[in-house]
Design a protein. Structure first.
Length: 77
């Protein structure tokens, strides 16, 4: 498995750590909320990078890729 695949698998299992949608998978955040972050500015660090990728996926209608990855590679306990 390459680095990009690992990033997408991790992204598929990452939940929002704070705010109104705390505990919700990033891919399941409402599009308007991700667009709001795009306009306001993404947080610094890894979460910001992940939200920026989620934004690009949602804008381009590619959320299903991440949902498929989440099903295909369940998070190990």
């Amino acid at each position: 498995m390459n680095f990009q695949q690992q990033l997408l698998i991790e992204l598929a299992h990452t939940k929002m750590p704070f705010g109104k949608y705390e505990g919700r998978y990033l891919i399941d955040l409402p599009e308007y909320y991700v667009v709001w972050y795009y306009r306001k500015g993404f947080p610094k660090g890894k979460l910001g990078e992940q939200l920026q990728l989620i934004y690009e996926l949602k804008v381009n209608g590619l959320e299903e890729i991440v949902r498929t990855i989440k099903k295909k590679y369940p998070k190990s306990k």
